[in-house]
Design a protein around this ligand. Structure first.
Ligand code: PLP
Length: 394
């Protein structure tokens, strides 16, 4: 059946690709293409002049739109509207949780967390790193040991889905352990919000971070969501004018926030099962000699992490880029260079941590896009050409 699917994909040549530009964009976990609903909401909000904090009618109109967006996000993610705090994105939402709620606690942080979280604890905080297994899931016995080890209340940071592999932690078990030891559980749901239905209230998660541009919204807005009916106290990172109930100073970026709310609604109302396309890529990649990371455990259905032994990730990335295909390798540094993957290293991947590509399918991916990727990847994998020396994991 998968063979038929692949043949079908390879022959559907007339379809336009997702970007409509000849570029095949398969890097959704870096940022999703803007959804039309988000674009419309963004433009509408950009035309509003008022500052939501102003008391005059222009301000009140902007405030109404801000609160409408807050209600939408709160409804979809199931929190009290007053416990939805808008931020500039996922990084700020994570750091606000860690610094604003974690004061005086010791931090237990997963080794495969995004740098936003790995570097997000207050400067003087004690940090214990939580190991993962070969599939990238947190080792629950190690988590329990770390929770039991010290009486100082813990602040546990574990992401829902990993940005490189798509692997999901067993979050229900994590919630039970955190409850047992009175720990606060903060979850980075930047890659999950909009892709899987989530209820903060029912999940038992204490705080959750999400980001607009990872759902098909504009860049520049995110949200921190807190469980419980009463507005939670959060120490602001910057106090400014006391916006967001004194928890996040600064004029809210209304166009980006309106776009975030519209994107979240569109993503959850029109879910798309990308697993068949992702699986067809993996089938071809494995036949070409690739290893798939985290294949044995629950993962996001749009994400795959594929290593080609002996072929440097950066060289693979550049080869595909020459064919007009955009994917990622490891974590992209701000310099634009590719670093080896700390995620795969934590999973015990050894040298393969420097030889893996992340393919993440966007909400509007087409079969034609996948066919183009498969063609190019197979050529690259089979090529004996010097694709570079093997990188060593340091
Ligand atoms: N957390 C995860 C898991 C991510 O993948 C990212 C971005 O790649 C972030 C946090 C940071 O989000 P933002 O780019 O909105 O600051």
């Amino acid at each position: 059946m998968a063979g038929d699917l692949i043949r079908g994909i390879m022959t559907s040549r007339t379809e336009r690709n997702s970007s409509g530009s000849g570029v095949v964009y398969l890097d959704a976990n870096a940022t999703e293409p803007l959804r039309p609903q988000a674009r419309e909401a963004l433009l509408e909000a950009a035309d509003l002049t008022g500052n939501p904090s102003s008391v005059h009618r222009a301000g009140r109109k902007a405030r109404a739109l801000l609160e409408q967006a807050r209600n939408t996000v709160a409804r979809y993610l199931d929190v009290a509207p007053l416990n939805c705090i808008f931020t500039s994105g996922g990084t700020e939402a994570n750091v606000l949780a860690m610094r604003g709620l974690g004061q005086g606690r010791r931090f237990l942080i997963g080794r495969t967390e995004h740098d936003a979280v790995r570097k997000g604890a207050p400067e003087d905080a004690q940090v214990v790193w939580l190991d993962v297994d070969a599939n990238g899931q947190v080792q629950l016995d190690k988590l329990e040991q770390a929770l039991a080890q010290d009486e100082t209340p813990a602040f546990v940071c574990l992401m829902l889905a990993n940005n490189e592999t798509g692997v999901l932690h067993p979050i229900d078990d994590v919630v039970l352990l955190c409850r047992k030891y009175g720990a606060h559980l903060h979850v980075d749901a930047v890659q999950t919000a909009g892709r899987l239905p989530l209820s903060v209230e029912q999940s038992g998660i204490d705080s959750l971070a999400c980001s607009g541009h990872k759902m098909g919204g504009p860049k520049g807005a995110g949200a921190l969501l807190l469980r419980g009916p009463a507005p939670a106290r959060v120490l602001p990172i910057f106090e400014g004018g006391g916006q967001e109930q004194g928890r996040r100073g600064g004029t809210p970026p209304l166009p980006a926030i309106a776009g975030l709310a519209a994107a979240l609604g569109a993503a959850l109302e029109q879910p798309r099962d990308l697993a068949p396309l992702r699986n067809s890529i993996e089938q071809v990649a494995v036949a070409a000699g690739a290893k798939v990371f985290g294949a044995d455990v629950p993962r996001l259905n749009n994400t795959t992490s594929l290593a080609l032994p002996g072929k440097r990730a950066q060289a693979q990335l550049m080869r595909l880029d020459l064919d007009g295909i955009c994917v990622s390798a490891g974590s992209a540094c701000s310099s634009g260079k590719v670093a080896f993957s700390h995620v795969l290293k934590a999973m015990g991947a050894g040298d393969l941590a420097g030889q893996a590509l992340r393919v993440s399918l966007p909400w509007n991916v087409t079969e034609q896009d996948v066919a183009r990727f498969i063609e190019s990847y197979t050529r690259m994998a089979q090529s004996p050409a010097a694709i570079g020396l093997v990188d060593s994991v340091v």
